[in-house]
Design a protein around this ligand. Structure first.
Ligand code: HEM
Length: 80
């Protein structure tokens, strides 16, 4: 799942760059405004997928600690 999110984030990057050039070159026109809206949505996509990627390693570590505690192993970072 995180792999897919990372792939989406990765491939949004070139789309974003092309869109940025398009937005800059159509600034002030109606098309420019529409493209800017699309860009804002893309940034939202970046922010959400980026947040998932950022949190994921901490989440995995926390869950591992929880599982170990449930198994009776008191070391939260055992086996690192
Ligand atoms: C709110 C905006 C954004 C957030 C929160 C965000 C966050 C992140 C995070 C957490 C990673 C993973 C870093 C790691 O591997 O430890 C990442 C990777 C990346 N980000 Fe963003 N990012 C944002 C916007 C952008 C934008 C605007 C671009 C390019 C136009 C971009 C391009 C990339 C690329 C190419 C990667 C590497 C993905 C890969 O593994 O192939 N990001 N970003």
């Amino acid at each position: 799942m995180t792999r897919t999110i990372r792939l989406v984030h990765r491939w949004l990057a070139p789309v974003f760059i092309v869109l940025m050039v398009a937005v800059l070159s159509t600034q002030g026109s109606a098309v420019g405004q529409t493209l800017q809206r699309v860009q804002q949505l893309l940034i939202l996509g970046f922010a959400l997928s980026g947040a998932v990627m950022f949190v994921q390693p901490y989440w995995v570590k926390w869950r591992r600690g929880q599982r170990r505690a449930a198994d009776g192993d008191p070391r939260p970072t055992a086996g690192r």
